[in-house]
Design a protein around this ligand. Sequence first.
Ligand code: AMP
Length: 219
Amino acid sequence: MNIILLGPPGSGKGTQAQFLREHYGLMHLSTGDMLRHEVECETPLGQQVKNLMDSGQLVPDGLVIEMLSQYFDLPEYSVGIILDGFPRTTPQAIALDEMLERKGLDIDHVLEIQIDENLLVKRISGRFICVDCGAAYNEYFKIPVESGICDICGGRDFKRRVDDDTDKLRMRLRLYREQTHPIVPYYLGKGVLKTVDGAQDVEKVSKDISLIIEGREKP
Ligand code: AMP
């Protein structure tokens, strides 16, 4: 079974990919993770894409397609894959079809996790963590019981992630709307696209996904 997870940044694609990996034994392919790894290892590709990624822009199609196709040809990915963060543009969707066709494979499900942008901004831009123990908080949904003191370890130092900056997030959401969302009709036309309500609890989103891929959802 081959699945594409579509959805704006912060919609929970990574979390749901993990769920699918554990429950259905599929291999997780995240182009974001692969690119971050290239940057960390300071490979030529990593050096080429670092600035684009830091500023929240998309990496050119050719580079991402080339990188992904190397994984695609590895035998361990024949068991079934979850694509997370790819395709993000129409040329990537077309390239993916070609890669699949070469291996005689198809996409079984494209799951679009839908979620209101303002809720996402709060979920992501409100995130902060305790420097000492890594406990996660959110200034809108989950602040420490005692202001400025970590509930878990009593630490008093907190930090935000670099890419959690609201302007950058708004830009990434705009890129999703303008470049990625337009691939929805492409998959609707193939009859494989279903939407899932991403504003629900993580467990409920996973449950809805299971119902779809097991063909047990209500009509
Ligand atoms: P993600 O973890 O999926 O949000 O990806 C992090 C960053 O990696 C994105 O903001 C882009 O800069 C880059 N990236 C990941 N996947 C792609 C893709 N399919 N096409 C272009 N850029 C990508």
